[in-house]
Design a protein around this ligand. Structure first.
Ligand code: ADP
Ligand code: MG
Length: 253
């Protein structure tokens, strides 16, 4: 299997507090990895290192895309020119806890902005693809609506379509349902399940254990900046060997 994302010994400290203590991670194309762990354990920081929104203090995080992979291998992040970082970031689609839609753009406007500005697509081409994606997330009927007219679940589904419109090779999700009212969580997880079933490579930080159990190929549990447990979802969730992981899962199950 081809490696999509790899981190090797990623360390990160904020004002002397070590938030990531050497994270080794590998995700293959077509795989869904769920990252679980208590609040403050470093999950978001890890995703931000993968997406190069943060620089690791040491170690590597890279996307093994076919264009850039071999050039990046073995290099530290600070050795990489900015255009390489941008190329790497463009392989990744990111969906955050808060939807970050452009308030001054309609739903379809949100989806086509990146493809037009960054990818140089025509409005027609971007709109055609954008409507397909909105259809996929069940939001085609709201294409001309404004973000303020949408529920949280609808906004998040548009955010997913917007990320997909850039044709990333890997989708990163950082607690995409944590800010939603409980009754809206299901519709977003449903879209994510559909993506997974279609073979999308996904790294999902989530507290939704049911989703992890059903959808994840592998689960890792982070505690205090370390991966304390990693393996197939069924094994990690049903029978974790690390006592702290057992305690954490006992609280969320
Ligand atoms: P999680 O996503 O697992 O809740 P985070 O990665 O957000 O954890 O945060 C891990 C720790 O790092 C927390 O203690 C948080 O306060 C700290 N932290 C995260 N980002 C920053 C930052 N930019 N500056 C200072 N501290 C940060
Ligand atoms: Mg977080």
């Amino acid at each position: 299997m081809t490696v999509a994302v790899r981190t090797v010994g990623v360390r990160k400290a904020f004002s002397g507090h070590e938030v990531l203590k050497g994270i080794d991670l590998e995700v293959s194309y077509g795989e869904v990895l769920c990252i679980l762990g208590p609040s403050g354990s470093g999950k978001s920081t890890l995703l931000r290192c993968i997406n190069h929104l943060e620089m690791p203090d040491s170690g590597y995080a890279w996307v093994d895309g076919q264009i850039i992979g071999y050039e990046l291998r073995g290099k530290a992040l600070h050795e990489l020119p900015v255009r390489r970082l941008r190329a790497q970031q463009s392989q990744l689609g990111m969906v955050f806890q808060h939807f970050n839609l452009f308030a001054h753009r309609t739903v379809i406007g949100n989806v086509i902005e990146g493809p037009m500005l960054v990818r140089g697509q025509t409005r027609e081409a971007a709109t055609k693809r954008g409507m397909e994606l909105l259809d996929m997330v069940g939001m085609a009927a709201k294409a001309e609506a404004w973000p303020s007219q949408l529920s949280g679940g609808q906004k998040q589904r548009v955010a997913i379509a917007r990320a997909l419109a850039m044709e990333p090779r890997v989708m990163l999700f950082d607690e995409p349902t944590s800010a939603l009212d409980p009754e809206l969580v299901g519709e977003v997880l449903e879209v994510m399940k559909r993506l997974a079933a279609a073979g999308t490579t996904m790294i999902v930080v989530t507290h939704e254990i049911g989703f992890a159990r059903e959808v994840a190929d592998r689960v890792v549990v982070m505690i205090d900046g370390e991966i304390r447990e990693a393996g197939p979802a069924a094994q990690v969730l049903a029978n974790p060997s690390d006592p702290r992981v057992r305690t954490f899962l006992g609280r969320v199950l």
